[in-house]
Design a protein around this ligand. Structure first.
Ligand code: ASP
Length: 339
């Protein structure tokens, strides 16, 4: 069953699973824009293809009895490798024209977490985050320290130029020109977005969440967003829910969005859709912050929410094919030729 808030451009979509469901993976590929932003057809098809492939890679891990974090890494690595998303190759560039990546991952059964911030050489930042979770007693490594750790751990490293695409260079120059003329650092409507994130219920009954991004175009050198901050951009606990967020990170950090949604479910006995709507539409929007989340309950109910007109996303469950959507007024549950 799916419902969407029809009277506004806001998205609030529930995707229910049968009681017999064994595993669920749901992901987002970034939220943005005040208006439905039709992409060139080839780009849109590429985005849908990437989302489906990411779901299928994650699903293959889950169908094999694999753990949630491994499914998240399999899915998000596909999107990090695609230049059509703001993560890994094709990440948004900072004010110096460099891609500096933020990523985090969290396990619901014991709150094990790992994150990297401001890394510039780890090919797949979500892999770096998982290595921090699995191999260290720490939660968050930053900058050169994160890259050095990845090298010591034998992770794939690349020349920083690998991440820089023409589209992102153009977006940076647009944003910088506009910042000069208007003294505003707002993101242009035609700027690309596309942070990536996923939530999972695995066949062991455990939740997990992960998020990966280049942050915001023209971000200040050294700026770190919500994506590597546990409780802000990512959260998972079997006692409540799992959330991955995308949007204006400074708001998601200050409103501890991912944790707040789960806390409402855990302590206020809120439904997940009510919790998502309250935090995104009533609290963040009122303060001026926009964005979206993908979230999941231990029973497998998925809720997508966004206060933007565009929200790339998808869901796949045991026993059903991958379903994807790009715009907030389009439901993942409606299957079509392009879906
Ligand atoms: N939340 C990310 C950040 O602020 C950006 C995004 O999700 O689009 O770094």
């Amino acid at each position: 069953m799916a419902t969407a808030a029809a009277e506004t451009q806001h998205l609030l979509e529930r995707v229910e699973s049968p009681e017999t469901v064994q595993w669920v993976i749901a992901l987002h590929g970034g939220a943005g824009g005040a208006q439905r932003q039709s992409l060139p057809e080839q780009t849109e098809q590429g985005v849908r293809r990437d989302l489906r492939l990411a779901l299928q890679k994650g699903a293959a891990v889950l169908a094999d009895g694999g753990r949630g974090p491994d499914a998240i890494v399999a899915a998000l690595s596909v999107l990090e490798d695609s230049p059509r998303f703001n993560a890994g190759r094709g990440a948004a560039l900072d004010e110096h024209g460099a891609a500096r990546h933020d990523a985090s991952i969290m396990r619901g059964e014991d709150r094990g977490s790992g994150a990297i911030a401001g890394s510039s050489r780890i090919k797949n930042p979500i892999v770096g985050a998982q290595a921090v979770m699995n191999q260290t007693a720490n939660v968050l490594l930053n900058g050169a320290g994160a890259d050095w750790f990845a090298q010591q751990s034998g992770l794939a490293l690349v020349d920083p130029r690998y991440f820089v695409t023409d589209d992102r260079l153009k977006a940076l120059s647009r944003v910088q020109q506009r910042a000069q003329t208007t003294q505003s650092n707002d993101i242009l409507p035609d700027d690309l977005y596309g942070t990536v994130g996923a939530v999972v219920l695995d066949s062991h009954g455990n939740l997990a969440a992960g998020t990966s991004t280049g942050g915001r175009t023209n971000k200040r050198f050294g700026r770190i967003g919500d994506s590597p901050i546990v409780g802000a951009g990512t959260y998972a606990s079997n006692e409540s829910c799992a959330v991955s967020a995308t949007g204006h990170g400074e708001y998601f950090i200050r409103w501890t969005v991912a944790r707040d949604i789960c806390a409402r479910v855990e302590f206020a006995r809120s439904t997940l859709d009510r919790a998502v709507a309250t935090v995104l539409f009533e609290q963040l929007l009122a303060a001026g912050g926009t964005g979206g989340v993908v979230s999941i309950l231990p029973g497998g109910l998925v809720v997508f929410g966004a206060s933007t007109a565009n929200m790339r996303r998808g869901v796949m469950t045991s026993g059903a094919p991958a379903r994807v959507a790009v715009y907030s007024d389009e439901l993942v549950t409606v299957l079509s030729d392009t879906n």
